[in-house]
Design a protein around this ligand. Sequence first.
Ligand SMILES: Nc1ncnc2c1ncn2[C@@H]1O[C@H](COP(=O)(O)OP(=O)(O)OP(=O)(O)O)[C@@H](O)[C@H]1O
Length: 353
Amino acid sequence: MSVIVEQLTKRFTTGGTPAVSDVSFHAPSGAITTLLGPSGAGKSTLLRLIAGLELPDSGSVRIEGIDCTHLPVQQRGIGVVFQSYALFKHMTVRQNIAFGLETRRLPRADVEARVDEMLRLIQLEDLGKRYPTQLSGGQRQRVAFARALAIRPKLLLLDEPFGALDSRVRVELREWLHSLHEQTGVTTLLVTHDQEEALEISQHVVVLSEGRVAQAGPPEDIYDRPATPFVASFVGGTSVLRGHVRSGRAEVGTLVVQAPNSAREGEAVHAFVRPHDIKLAKPPQGTSEPVTGRVERLKSVGGYVKVLLKLPTGETVTVEVPRSEFENLGVVEGDRVHADVRTATVFLGDFAI
Ligand SMILES: Nc1ncnc2c1ncn2[C@@H]1O[C@H](COP(=O)(O)OP(=O)(O)OP(=O)(O)O)[C@@H](O)[C@H]1O
């Protein structure tokens, strides 16, 4: 059960900028595919086009090999969960889960059995008689999943399903979705702007920017081998440094990193450096040897310390140092330090980001 989207374009205003522009991608069968991108990238519009809640100007959507581009929502075999719970307030949890089954006129006993199965799946067996207002946000969202899955959809579409929840519940439900997916194996498309969520729970990621696909592939590829400066800066909390190619290496500020093989002497470069890919060292006391930069700010964030390093060029680099390592380092704000870049992604050329 895969989804193939081909050259999909959608404009909301005639002659205006398309919300989705010539988008093609493949969501593999049985996998979780995330549509990842910043606000306004076109993620929800794309999901709504696949669901049949919007019609494209051009292009096609194929679900399980069938061209669904112009099929009504009910005939696409999909389940949808939105950010806002969208449960029926006047119905109990059981009635909400049964809703889709009843509209399909299934025998009563089959409906009851399926609702019981769904309540077990979402681990809310004891709450079937409650109304949505008597549930926590996380529980409501689990009911929304049960309702979407009850009809045995071929495809599950999730539009920021954890977006309205606090960060602790979000992380819990992320784990929960992972195991739910292991149990059901339903092909899933998840819209999120949260890169950690995308990298953690999906097997395939489609990064969108301004209505277009910036890169698609397994999460490791997106993280380790970003194809464009946009992907490199959007995924991984990178610092961007400008510089030039000198003797086959990229000199960015006081840092030196590997340049692409095709680099020409003197060519402009942008280096994208991840916060945990820099190693800091304090120069021995009393030496006047040149350093990489000065520690402008230190901020302890849970298990690591965020160090803002100011380079002589005026550029700043964010470095994340594990707490234990930071204590051995012994630096305070204002200290001058050495920095070594373990790895960086370098793009050639002069461009705006
Ligand atoms: N019904 C609509 N009418 C007009 N413009 C729309 C409509 N829906 C979306 N847009 C526009 O299309 C573009 C893409 O919006 P979309 O909601 O798909 O982005 P998104 O990536 O899901 O963003 P977010 O993460 O903020 O929800 C935006 O510029 C938005 O203003």
